[in-house]
Ligand binder design. Sequence first.
Ligand code: TTP
Ligand code: CA
Ligand code: CA
Length: 365
Amino acid sequence: MKRKGQVVAHIDLDYFFAQIEELRNPGIADKPVVVCVYSGRTEDSGVVSSANYIARRYGVKAGIPIVRAKALLKGTDAVFLPMRRDEYAQISEQVMEILREFADVVEVESIDEASLDISSRVGDDYSKAMELGSEIKRRIRELLGLKCTIGIACNKVVAKIAADVAKPDGLRIVKPEETSSFLAELPVEKLPGVGEKLRTKLAELGVKTIGDLAQLSMDKLHQLVGEKTATYLKLAARGEYYEPVAERRERKQISRIITLKQNTRDVEEIMRQLSTPINDVLTKAESMGVSFSGVGIIAISTNLRIITRSKTLNEPVDRQLLMDTVRHLFNALLNEQPSLMLRRAGVRLFDLKPASRQTSLTFFQ
Ligand code: TTP
Ligand code: CA
Ligand code: CA
């Protein structure tokens, strides 16, 4: 199980949904911001999805009822906003696209987190890993305006815990030889997979820290959870769960974004500069053996506002139709927003399907 030389970076965006809302409307960044999932039953029924760190000072966090959050924030100038998941998902894809520049294998673990196997980039040099971590943070900040936290360690579990304890806007390196001492004193619920129920049962056995769990006999652990979970927990608590980083999701879209040579709102200039990214996404679609009927554009303004537009076509899209649709979407966007200046621009293909037999046969010839 032990794999020498594995270096894993775990990235988690800080207060992700709420941070995007702040970015879109910087005027609210110094107020408590609460992103809500309204169930629609009564005006305030539903739960909190994400809260910025100012709101958290009042005890607001994901999962609590909106009514409770409103009570906690009474008398403040708190801002309550409805969740706009499609937009957050778009931005998430862009974060993942940036991460792919820094690692050969990127495992997307949720909308706002991913693990990167950076072994081949840094060898076993943790000061190089630290530099790479800072560089990733800088890039995400520079290109998308977002803050994140990164943990770097010898496996996915320890890297994730390192990121967790370093939040927000943090970077925490745990060298292999520091793993045991890093884990030992942390509360056991910091270990991914230990929820409230298991935490309570473990507490009854006197197991409070990850270090305690690492010492617990396999028999006792097995009385609480199934064999597979027990094996995972035991290895994870010792910092020895070496499951490799692996791409797991089927790709749902292909996108490329570039920084424009200068800020512009000239559609023909944007189209000229997008010709390489358009070639890239088409080549990628071909190499994946997929066709697509969805075309999107991504526009990032000079003040880092992220705007996306898309169109779903009835037929598989060829190069000409792709170019026409991208041009049309940029024209429509810029006409609609006369003061919009673009700093970055990108293109996105979605609604991917296996290419027709004819195409894939040609491809494999
Ligand atoms: P998290 O990473 O758990 O939380 P966060 O990014 O808001 O805050 P942190 O700085 O502590 O990382 O979740 C990522 C996003 O997933 C979050 O912004 C909103 C969404 N989410 C929910 O909608 N409901 C939930 O109960 C949780 C935990 C998250
Ligand atoms: Ca997060
Ligand atoms: Ca997360």
